[in-house]
Ligand binder design. Structure first.
Ligand SMILES: [Zn+2]
Ligand SMILES: [Zn+2]
Length: 337
């Protein structure tokens, strides 16, 4: 039995201050949505359907610079300047922008963008860069997640890089790592279809996990191990094996979100002086950078799109994505269908 119901909500006659109404063009489905569905709604309602693009239909009187007809994407606002983090000089970790990214900010909508329209704060939208298609615009959000991680990792130019996992996040992280000047890049992924997707994006060292992959990393690094490893699977049991592919003094960058605790060898990490970078979501500049990387062709996102569905197909698609037996990469929902 489906755990989803489709309902109707009356749009307000007048928008509250600072709000805009967006007609949704596409909303991408991501692992967070699937987890939320299978766990029975554990995340804030507005996060269920957070990778959206659409067109402004109405704005509150006090909103400037976003006329009706503007194509926009979901983003987060700029650092607010007044929260405790901003006041302490940590604008990069603004409490308000963080709350927006997690669907907990004041003015968050009562539902996500698996809907025909959405009312959000003007802070949360960003105009689509010229030249991006609607499908590319719908993929900016996960692109911003991975852009953020690679930016935070400060990957050295020419580095030996390993990307663990070639789902949508891994494929995007690998492209940003290449764009950021990786010298050699190995993608490790057990699923043959996903390996093929990586190959299509121009990656040549694409291997199944195991001894051959390990040997290849050692071969291209003079036996040292990777300078940087991006962990994009979220599989808790892989944290230690991933760390062991990193050279002494190298960096383990965490993107995949593990749903369970993990046992790692803390002594090993300390002994080899690993740098561990945690990365979640993004700041507003990541959305600009991600859009520019898509616009200039450095990061190809449309290739990740494998299907478009309507609202009525959402439950079945979430079941399929949850089963693990899916050939889909990025599925978009078109609520106009
Ligand atoms: Zn997502
Ligand atoms: Zn702030």
């Amino acid at each position: 039995m489906s755990r989803l119901t489709v309902g109707q909500e009356e749009a307000p006659a007048k928008l509250g201050p600072g709000l805009v109404e967006v007609a949704v063009t596409y909303c991408g489905i991501c692992a967070t949505d699937t987890h939320n569905y299978t766990s029975g709604g554990q995340i804030p309602a507005s996060v269920f359907g957070h990778e959206w693009t659409g067109t402004i239909t109405r704005t509150a009187e006090d909103v400037e610079g976003l006329p009706a007809g503007t194509r926009v994407i979901a983003s987060v606002g700029a650092a607010c300047g007044v929260c405790a983090m901003c006041q302490a000089g940590h604008a990069e970790h603004c409490d308000l922008a963080f709350a927006e990214a997690n669907g907990l900010a004041p003015g968050s909508p009562t539902h996500g963008a698996f809907a025909q329209s959405l009312i959000v704060t003007a802070r949360r939208v960003m105009p689509v860069l010229d030249g991006l298609s609607d499908i590319e615009a719908a993929l900016v959000e996960p692109t911003a997640v991975t852009f953020h991680a690679v930016r935070r990792t400060r990957q050295p130019l020419g580095a030996v890089v390993v990307v663990q996992g070639a789902g949508p996040i891994g494929l995007l992280a690998a492209q940003h790592a290449r764009h950021a000047g990786a010298g050699q890049l190995v993608v490790i992924e057990p699923n043959a279809q996903r390996r093929e997707a990586a190959t299509k994006l121009g990656f040549t060292d694409v291997l199944a996990p195991g001894e051959a992959a390990q040997a290849r990393v050692l071969e291209i690094s003079n036996g040292l191990g990777a300078d940087v490893l991006y962990e994009c699977t979220g599989v808790a049991a892989l944290l230690q094996p991933s760390a062991e592919l990193v050279r002494r003094g190298g960096t383990l960058s965490l993107l995949g979100f593990p749903m369970t605790d993990s046992t790692v060898s803390y002594g090993d990490w300390q002994l080899r002086e690993l740098t561990v970078i945690g990365s979640l979501a993004y700041t507003r500049d990541d959305f600009l950078g991600a859009q520019r990387a898509i616009a200039d062709g450095s990061v190809r996102v449309a290739d990740l799109h494998t299907a478009t569905i309507g609202l009525g197909d959402l439950a079945a698609m979430l079941d399929e994505l949850d089963s693990g037996k899916t050939e889909q990469a990025k599925v978009l929902l078109d609520p106009r269908r």
